[in-house]
Design a protein around this ligand. Structure first.
Ligand SMILES: [Zn+2]
Ligand SMILES: [Zn+2]
Length: 102
């Protein structure tokens, strides 16, 4: 398990929302089980999630975010005259020539 705050506040403490706690006759904690996944950050109260088992939708969101950050540009390489798509690296993926975004 690798819990992380969805706001990335850096807190290392979380609370399981759906946990069953085993007690002895005097009410002392013995053991617990997480009945279903669901965690909050104890520091900022934001939902937390298990990086070990990232839900599908979270993974999709992360991918979309990553795609949005990478602004792809179509450029005609002046060296090899190939229409290439470049992100933050201004280099022709085809021939390695440095490119300038017009
Ligand atoms: Zn937090
Ligand atoms: Zn090129």
């Amino acid at each position: 398990m690798q819990l992380a705050c969805s706001r990335r506040c850096g807190s290392g403490l979380f609370r399981a929302l759906f946990a069953e706690v085993d007690l002895d006759a005097s009410g002392d904690y013995q053991d617990h089980r997480v009945a279903q996944p669901g965690y909050v950050c104890l520091n900022c109260g934001a939902p937390a999630f298990d990086l070990g088992v990232v839900p599908e939708e979270m993974a999709d969101e992360a991918e979309e975010e990553a795609a949005a950050v990478m602004v792809m540009t179509d450029i005609l390489c002046p060296v090899c005259e190939t229409m290439v798509q470049v992100g933050d690296e201004m280099e022709c993926p085809n021939c390695g020539a440095p490119l300038e975004v017009a």
